[in-house]
Design a binder for this molecule. Structure first.
Ligand code: C2E
Ligand code: CA
Ligand code: CA
Ligand code: CA
Length: 286
């Protein structure tokens, strides 16, 4: 903490100081971390609620820090966004995940219930970066996979009030056959009518909705809200994915409500790519 300005409470709080140092330390270590290959990706399956089959996986980045051990994205993605490192880091995540998508597809050629796909998170800074479309095209070509192997997840808040310039690269990618998912849906107060304007094909319902389904039967108001979102989404030809499914009861409620795909600890925690190769997952109807 700075000594100028006389913020006593901050100076008197050694924990706040330690946090500030760690933050600073992490920020300066980020660029070298990328060069040294300290980042790695875990994958979490996306399961079709109707038949329980695995249809894809979300790529979730982690940092194996030499001193602090494994750090989750919430610890360093905001720092990477702040410093601009998110652009090369995001490109690396994309390249690495697409490589996995290729390996995964080859292994399951003709055996999977549908074309397997990898979901990759895109931060708002990547959206405004002029290289996004070309980088994505290059990465797909280098890996030799078709664009339908990729789904890009963009948060609802990143697209609120988005003008056409911001939507243009997403539209280009969608036209190529890349799926765009609206992540954390339901948290951003977006105008539902606005959805028609966005080049998205999937709504990813925020975990807070799934949490409301914990008891059986679930809270009737929660049920009504999710039911409304699902019917709106389907009428707009959008698929609905739910995240944070931790119990079989939740999975069952969400299936009855018409949600299409689910993700959560009930099926599998995020794990190494090798685990994706095992498609035999828990029965969702149990
Ligand atoms: P998100 O995109 O909403 O990802 C879902 C988060 O929920 C992940 O946290 C996942 O591990 C966690 N999760 C999955 N199933 C369950 C469950 O059943 N219960 C609970 N309580 N949590 C569950 P994680 O891996 O810590 O990622 C946090 C956020 O970091 C992500 O939220 C995403 O916004 C961001 N992130 C992760 N990887 C990347 C990346 O490569 N690029 C960017 N820009 N952001 C990323
Ligand atoms: Ca996501
Ligand atoms: Ca999410
Ligand atoms: Ca989230």
């Amino acid at each position: 903490a700075k000594s100028a300005g006389g913020n006593r409470s901050e100076l008197a709080d050694p924990e706040a100081d330690a946090r500030a140092i760690t933050r600073h330390g992490l920020t300066t270590a980020l660029p070298t971390a990328l060069e040294r290959g300290e980042f790695f990706i875990e994958y979490q399956p996306l399961v079709h609620l109707g038949d329980g089959s695995v249809r894809g996986a979300e790529a979730l980045v982690r940092w194996l820090h030499p001193q602090h051990g494994v750090l989750g994205p919430d610890r360093f993605i905001p720092l990477a966004e702040h410093t601009g490192l998110i652009v090369p880091l995001g490109r690396w995540v994309l390249e690495e995940s697409i490589r996995q998508a290729r390996a995964w597809r080859e292994r399951h050629a003709g055996q999977a219930a549908g074309p397997l796909r990898i979901n990759v998170n895109l931060s708002p800074c990547q959206l405004t970066h002029p290289g996004l479309v070309q980088d994505t095209v290059d990465i797909l070509e280098r890996a030799g996979v078709t664009p339908d192997a990729l789904c890009l997840e963009v948060t609802e808040s990143a697209l609120i009030g988005a003008d056409d310039d911001l939507l243009k690269p997403l539209r280009r990618l969608a036209e190529m056959g890349v799926d765009i998912a609206l992540d954390d849906f339901g948290t951003g107060y977006s105008n539902l009518a606005n959805l028609r304007r966005l080049p998205v094909s999937i709504l990813k319902l925020d975990r807070s909705f799934t949490q409301g389904m914990q008891q059986f039967p679930a809270d009737p108001v929660d049920l009504k809200i999710v039911e409304g979102i699902v019917s709106l989404a389907h009428s707009l030809d959008l698929a609905v994915t739910v995240e944070g499914v931790e119990t079989g009861a939740q999975a069952e409620q969400l299936r009855i409500l018409g949600c299409d795909t689910a993700q959560g600890w009930y099926y599998a925690r995020p794990g190494p790519p090798e685990r994706l190769h095992d498609l035999a997952l828990v029965d969702t109807t149990g």
